[in-house]
Design a protein around this ligand. Sequence first.
Ligand code: PLP
Length: 440
Amino acid sequence: MNNSINLTQLYSDFPSVKQLQKGEYVFWVNKKRNAAYSIFDVSMKDVVDAEGRLQRFSSYLKLAFPETRILNGIIESDIKEIAEMKALIEGRRAIEIPGRLLLKCDHALPISGSIKARGGIYEILKFAETLAIEHGYLKETDDYEILYSDKMRQFFSRYKVAVGSTGNLGLSIGIISAKLGFQVTVHMSADAKEWKKKHLRDLGVKVIEYNQDYSVAVERGRKEAESDPMCHFVDDENSKDLFVGYAVAALRLKEQLVSLNVKVDEDHPLFVYLPCGVGGAPGGVAFGLQQMFGEHVHIFFGEPVQSPCMLLGMMTGLHDEISVKDIGLTNETEADGLAVGRPSKFVGSLMETIISGCYTVDDSFLCRSMKAMFELENIFMEPSAHAGVFGPIQLVSEGAAYLKEHQLMDKMNNAVHLVWSTGGNMVPEPVRQEYLQTEK
Ligand SMILES: *Cc1c(COP(=O)(O)O)cnc(C)c1O
């Protein structure tokens, strides 16, 4: 609880806080989107740089993770049309979603089966590259295959990596760090699923469990790492490297859309719906997308009704100075990847001139969407990953004012709605079955 927050004032300044507090659906439009772009301390140059670094590591990744061979060591996912799902939504809700409905399949990213295979793996690769270059083991012009050796594993084993996570970031960081040879500790919040902890322990990762939420796990991890100069802490609430790793997705998306014949311009709006936890993953992707498509991309973040930390932080302008618990929410949700009560320290303010808005979604929708996606499209995505699916529904139902304001009403038949799926492929079969059978 933050005692400096005056709730009475907050309710009168932002009436939707009351709705958030009741756990109702909120569709919030960001009025600052059209403001002049502020100066960011992340630039497109950093993103291009990251793409180059991932290219350099592709030969290492091919050796270390054979499943990346089909894409030549590049960690990337497909885009799929989900027409059956679209028809179901339209039928059930008696609405029309004009344009096409596509799914960005980050639930199927190689190595760790979630969007964290972008930022998380990138940050560790960068750390490893920096160390190897500093100590004379590597030059940028080398074939990075040479990092896949006992000698290099021995070298990296002198260093430590630590991270605090609700699950998927820990999984990504643990898998890549253990493969390179680092000693790695993952601080897991109470909501982290048992199978994620077991998977990591089986890889020799040290897993520390907390019965508190994500912010506590991050804080403890940060504290522990601070006192150790050999330890690199992956700071999900602050990391620019994570952010930039996620942003690379947008460079690749632009090419993918071209090859799918999807146009994005003044007459062909692109709507993108991203699940949001602390904000790093959707924020990084959004930053990249805005650099690629400018005002023609309209980005919305989806959050659980009990964990709308980004919506609350952006709407009130308080960002990480307010927690969902300050307004009486529980921060409890089936969407473990999104169980975050306080947003990133820097993402929200960066998003002020970029995203179109945020909306909330409840666990019951996530659960129904999970079953429908599996039955109709044969795609399994974990509950968190379904927060994006609610986006087009809310845009059609609640977004008329936004569409009018941006003169989009008569262009909607040309629209593409891209739902960004964020996790699922690593979920073990018995856990999937359990998910698919729960009633919500
Ligand atoms: C981490 C995660 C997100 C959100 O990413 P943040 O960086 O926490 O905002 C969404 N979906 C899944 C499945 C995740 O693991």
